[in-house]
Design a protein around this ligand. Structure first.
Ligand code: SAH
Length: 259
């Protein structure tokens, strides 16, 4: 590491990069290297196929070994994004979901704007073979598609991470953008949002609205997309959960009413 000893302080921080069920260690290492080239240091993995730590990943990471070594491993995506308030899902395929679709540079600008105002943000990348599932994408706030040859639009995982990391670096050169008009309220983190989703979905199963089992996954994704678009604050999540509780009480005998 003598080479880095004489170099300027590294750029660190930025959005978390979350590799969802990655398969090849080489691609995880390539992702770590691409991240560190452009000043990103927070790598998260969900259920890496070949386990973790992974020798092939460390070898491929080369000078960014520290980023690879520090990768945090989670069982699933909700766990991996629990502390974040805004995430984008990268996908080559158009998804029929009511979410904004950004170019890499627009996504980087939006991530930069939120990061600058103190939000914890992240970028999701799918597995080599299958990409992100619809349920993964449903948890994201926006979709990012790298424009590419329509006959062959799927980039290598590490190269997709490279491109988004590069755009992140470039977005730092842009002038400050105006804030959203949310005032002082903090946007909900994903753990709060998933808590709300699950609370609502359980209540809707009980009420019969989600009674038809076969229709449930698609309806749940639509509901999650709808609520995700609202960019709820943590206070709004608490209010909605209070509303669900009060509606569930409604119609029950008076002694079960809140006092
Ligand atoms: N076979 C998968 C693609 C996997 S490529 C599929 O059909 O979806 C691995 C990952 O790299 C993808 O899940 C995505 O996160 C990213 N990626 C690859 N090409 C991309 C593109 N054109 N735009 C955005 N992300 C892309």
């Amino acid at each position: 590491m003598t080479e880095t000893d004489t170099q300027p302080d590294p750029w660190t921080g930025g959005p978390a990069v979350i590799l969802v069920r990655p398969q090849m260690g080489e691609n995880i290492g390539a992702a770590a290297r691409a991240m560190f080239n452009f000043g990103l240091t927070e790598l998260r993995l969900t259920a890496p196929r070949d386990g973790w730590p992974n020798e092939a990943a460390l070898a491929m990471a080369a000078g960014a070994e520290d980023v690879a070594r520090a990768a945090e491993v989670f069982d699933d995506l909700p766990g991996a994004i629990a502390d974040l308030s805004y995430v984008v899902a990268t996908t080559a395929r158009g998804r029929d979901m009511a979410k904004p679709v950004f170019s890499p540079s627009d996504a980087a600008r939006e991530l930069r704007r939120r990061h600058a105002s103190g939000e914890k943000v992240g970028m999701l990348f799918g597995a080599e073979r299958s990409g992100l599932s619809n349920d993964d994408v449903a948890l994201a706030d926006a979709v990012v598609t790298i424009p590419a040859n329509p006959a062959y639009s799927s980039l290598n995982l590490g190269q997709a991470v490279l491109l988004l990391s590069y755009e992140w670096m470039r977005s730092g050169a842009a002038p400050e953008l105006p804030q959203t008009g949310r005032g002082e309220a903090a946007p909900a983190i994903k753990a709060e949002l998933v808590g709300l989703f699950e609370h609502l979905e359980e209540a809707l199963v009980r009420s019969g609205f989600l009674g038809i089992k076969e229709k449930r996954p698609a309806m749940v994704r639509n509901l999650r997309a709808m609520l995700g678009r609202a960019e709820l604050t943590d206070q709004e999540v608490r209010t909605l959960r209070g509303i669900i509780v009060s509606l569930e009480r409604y119609g029950k005998p008076p002694e079960t009413e809140g006092k």
